[in-house]
Design a protein around this ligand. Structure first.
Ligand code: PMP
Length: 415
């Protein structure tokens, strides 16, 4: 029996939802699986798995162009999923939601279609010191091409952005600012409302990398006030290979296409082509149809559980895990921000994170060990890598206890 505490007294018991995830019932190395790597990719509930299978079994066809019923049904389901994503992030208009492969593709799209044509040599792009590589490298590539400069607002010893520093770096040459909502390496929840407000005051458009935002928090793009927000379906209990970019319609409409091809045009001739309106303009080629539909179902699922319920549950677990990990001699938590989501990174004296990860696996505990695609964060804290435990809505105290017990085994092993 699970020891998880019901979060919203008398209304929702998270333990019930655990049963929706078939993989969690499978033993790992003859032990119950403690899956603590949802920040890398979350497990999928039965309804999402079914939705994808049902699409292929019952009504799959290419979308938007078929006159026959199957195609119309697929199109309706695909466009229905777009509306669900729009609601999830409180987008004013579903045409502002572009389906893409995920966060990485979304950042690249914005870099290439929105920011690039607006950059002059010497212009600046502002990011923070806790970005994932996918919110660093596209900007570096852009800077290399255009002669612009990447400016970084550093993080403090707790792993937080200093809002005054961030504000101070917004200068007359700043043409764009991009920031992570929740750090995948540290768990820090950034004050994105304030950061975006500071950027707006300086006339600087913004992108929020919501890869770890949407799975852990209720997100309202209108309240945040950003210009672009993006996330990946696979971290939100949906399929991989599908994600979304939300962007203000007036900006999307003024943007050049990202890729050329079918679906994104109004007409094509050898003399020239005219492009479709957003979002189709940015969805060249046949998309991940079943993936988008299943993402829509994942969105339904998350909304049914309740994003604030998920956030509260993960927060309770984070507090429990932090207290238990702090009891372990020689363990150092990396990332101690005052506002944190369900991600906890640490190092253990005398043991390399990869060795820890391997030993934990033998104990049925799945964690991530490495730099988490955030090498500058590792450098900031003077470590080559960390072990990272991250929580999803299905995790419970048993998972944390399994982690802690396995860490005592690691300590025995390394003496
Ligand atoms: N940003 C953050 C904060 C992430 O955690 C990740 C995935 N680890 C990404 C961006 C990239 O997401 P994806 O690989 O799904 O494109």
């Amino acid at each position: 029996m699970s020891t998880v505490t019901p979060i919203t007294e008398g209304t929702v018991d998270i333990a019930r939802y655990r049963q929706d995830f078939p993989v969690l019932a499978r033993p790992m190395n003859d032990r119950p699986l403690a899956f603590l790597d949802s920040a890398a990719s979350a497990q999928k509930p039965e309804c999402v798995i079914d939705a994808e299978a049902r699409c292929y079994r019952e009504y799959y066809a290419n979308i938007h162009r078929g006159v026959y019923q199957l195609s119309q049904r697929s199109t309706e389901a695909y466009e229905g999923a777009r509306a669900k994503v729009a609601e999830l992030v409180n987008a004013p208009d579903k045409r502002e939601v572009v389906f893409l492969r995920g966060t990485t593709e979304a950042v690249n799209l914005v870099a290439s279609s929105y920011v690039r044509p607006r950059l002059e040599p010497g212009d600046e792009i502002l990011i923070t010191g806790m970005e994932h590589h996918s919110n660093i490298v596209p900007w570096q590539l852009l800077c290399e091409e255009t002669g612009a400069k990447l400016v970084v607002s550093p993080i403090n010893d707790r792993g937080e952005v200093d809002i005054d520093d961030f504000r101070g770096r917004l200068g007359p040459r700043t043409k764009f600012a991009a920031m992570v909502h929740v750090s995948n390496a540290l768990g820090t929840i950034n004050p994105v409302h304030e950061m975006v407000a500071a950027a707006r005051e300086a006339g600087v458009p913004t992108l929020v990398d919501g890869a770890q935002g949407v799975p852990h928090l209720a997100v309202d793009v209108q309240a945040i006030g950003c210009d672009f927000y993006c996330f990946s379906g696979h971290k939100l209990y949906g399929p991989s290979g599908i994600g979304a970019l939300w962007g203000r319609f007036d900006l999307l409409r003024a943007m050049r296409p990202y890729q050329g091809g079918g679906e994104m045009i109004r007409y094509v001739s050898f003399e020239g082509s005219a492009f479709a309106a957003p979002p189709q303009r940015f969805e060249a080629g046949t998309p991940n149809i079943a993936g988008a539909i299943a993402l829509g179902v994942a969105v339904d699922y998350v909304r049914e559980v309740g994003q604030s319920t998920i956030a509260a549950h993960e927060h309770t677990l984070l507090e429990y895990a932090t207290a238990r990990l702090e009891e372990i001699d020689g363990l150092r938590i990396i990332g101690t921000a005052r506002e944190k989501a369900g991600v906890i990174s640490f190092v253990l004296k005398g043991a390399h994170p990869h060795d820890i990860g391997t030993i934990l696996d033998q104990e049925g505990v799945a964690v991530r060990a490495g730099h988490h695609c955030a090498q500058p964060v590792m450098e900031r804290f003077g470590v080559p890598a960390t072990v990272r435990a991250s929580f999803g809505l299905y995790n419970n105290r048993d998972d944390v206890d399994a982690l802690v017990n396995a860490l005592y085994r690691v300590k025995e092993f390394f003496g």
